[in-house]
Write a protein that binds this ligand. Structure first.
Ligand code: NAG
Length: 186
């Protein structure tokens, strides 16, 4: 009888410790992710002579700028969401006619500064949602900038990133956000 109470107490303490450990593990490792089935392929098109690049998910829009604005289809960057899902943030699309340039950013301060400069305008229909950190199987989207051509360039390809720097006059501006690799959903 003398030993039963300490034994019960001990098992309670051990049980509690295990429960707290489970909780901590869940809190640390749980990634709340968007549903990959909701992503769409994000195409990149460009006008080589203008060093102009654009990005979109809508095949009708892609076709129309290929037909009307001289763009050519280059690649699929990866996959993005069109609506806000778990852990994603808006990725704004800014466009400049005067500079023949487009860029995307998750930074609202940069968005507002670009609009305030009078050179860029927001295209809400081309806004996507991406991850701000490398979670949920996402991959880095690199941003590069060629100041002589006022050309923003985005890529998920490490070899494209390196060749833009070494042969096309682009500076590395780091990682703009994280998108899903092409081929994770259909
Ligand atoms: C957002 O953009 C502003 C203006 O370009 C810049 O000063 C700031 O460092 C950026 N914030 C982040 C988190 O990158």
């Amino acid at each position: 009888m003398k030993h039963i109470l300490p034994a019960i107490l001990l098992s309670m303490v051990v049980g509690l410790a295990a429960a707290m450990n489970d909780l901590q593990t869940a809190g640390r490792s749980a990634e709340t992710c968007g549903d990959p089935d909701d992503t769409l392929a994000w195409y990149r098109v460009n006008v080589p002579s203008l060093f102009a690049y654009a990005y979109g998910t809508d095949p009708a829009w892609i076709s129309s700028i290929i037909l009307n604005d001289g763009y050519i289809l280059q690649t699929v960057m990866g996959r993005v969401f069109l609506t806000h899902e778990e852990s994603t943030v808006p990725c704004y699309f800014l466009s400049s006619d005067v500079l023949a340039d487009n860029f995307v950013t998750i930074n609202a301060t940069e968005r507002d500064a670009a609009i305030a400069s009078g050179q860029y305008f927001l295209l809400p229909t081309l806004q996507t949602y991406i991850y701000p950190t490398e979670i949920c199987g996402s991959i880095p989207m690199y941003r590069l900038y060629n100041s002589a051509k006022t050309s923003n360039f985005f890529t998920t390809s490490e070899s494209e990133r390196l060749s833009a720097i070494s042969t096309s006059g682009y500076a590395d501006l780091g990682i703009a956000g994280y998108i899903l690799p092409d081929g994770v959903a259909c």
